[in-house]
Design a binder for this molecule. Structure first.
Ligand code: IMP
Length: 195
C-alpha cells in the first residue's frame, strides 16, 4: 500500500487524523514511524504557509507524499491571538493548564458574543512531483467560563461549542471528528485522493 507521511509530532492530532483517513487506500504514518527527523522552522505568517512549509520539507526529504496540519485558536477579543502562535503561546514548554487559565483570566468579565473564538486548520499535501494543495476549515465557538473535559488536547478544555453545550474536550473522538476544523479540512483533502 502506498503511504502518506504526516508531518506532526503531536500524538493528539495524529489520533484524530488516523481516524479520519482510515478508509483511504494509503497507509498513514507519522514522521516518527517513518523514521524521519527534521527541524522545521515554521516561519510563515498564516496557517496555510506553515502547513505548506512542513509538508514540502518532508516530501523533499523522503520523496513520498507528505501531509501537514497547521492549526490554532483565534480569540476575537484578543485580536485573534494566539493564532499561528498557538503552540508557542507563553512558551512551547508551558503546560496547557497554564495557557488555558491565562486565556480565561484575560477574558474575565467578558460576556456573551464577545467571547467568540474559533479553531482554524490548514492541511497541506505535497506530492513527490512537487504538486501541492492546501485546504482550510474552521469550527466556530466561544471561550468556556471554566476548563472542562479530559478528551482531546491543547485548548480543547476551554473551547465551548454552543450547539453541543460542551467543550471539545467533553466530546468523544467520534463527535469531535464530525465537526472539528481538522476533520473538515481533512475530508476536503481526502477528495483529492478519491477522485
Ligand atoms: P501546530 O502544531 O503548530 O499546528 O500547533 C497547533 C496548536 O494549536 C496545538 O499545539 C494546540 O495548542 C492548538 N490546537 C490546534 N488544534 C487544536 C484542537 O483541535 N484542539 C485543541 N488545541 C488545538
Amino acid at each position: 500500500m502506498p503511504r502518506i507521511i504526516f508531518a506532526t509530532g503531536n500524538t493528539g492530532k495524529m489520533k484524530e487524523i488516523r481516524e479520519i483517513l482510515k478508509d483511504l487506500p494509503y497507509e498513514v504514518v507519522s514522521m516518527k514511524e517513518a523514521g524521519v527527523t527534521a527541524e522545521i522552522v515554521e516561519d510563515g505568517t498564516t496557517f496555510e504557509e506553515n502547513a505548506l512549509i512542513k509538508a514540502r520539507t518532508i516530501a523533499e526529504l523522503t520523496g513520498e507524499i507528505a501531509m501537514a496540519d497547521d492549526s490554532g485558536l483565534e480569540v476575537d477579543y484578543l485580536d485573534k491571538a494566539p493564532g499561528v502562535y498557538s503552540a508557542r503561546f507563553l512558551g512551547e514548554d508551558t503546560s496547557y493548564e497554564v495557557k488555558n487559565r491565562y486565556l480565561l483570566e484575560k477574558l474575565a468579565g467578558v460576556e456573551g458574543a464577545e467571547r467568540s473564538a474559533r479553531f482554524v486548520c490548514a492541511i497541506a499535501c505535497v506530492w513527490p512531483d512537487g504538486k501541492s494543495k492546501v485546504c482550510r476549515a474552521v469550527i466556530e465557538g466561544e471561550l468556556a467560563k471554566e476548563p472542562a473535559g479530559e478528551n482531546g488536547f491543547g485548548y480543547d478544555p476551554i473551547f465551548y461549542v454552543p450547539e453541543y453545550q460542551k467543550t471539545t474536550a467533553e466530546l468523544s473522538l467520534a463527535e469531535k471528528n464530525e465537526i472539528s476544523h481538522r476533520a473538515k479540512a481533512l475530508r476536503e483533502m481526502k477528495k483529492e485522493f478519491l477522485a
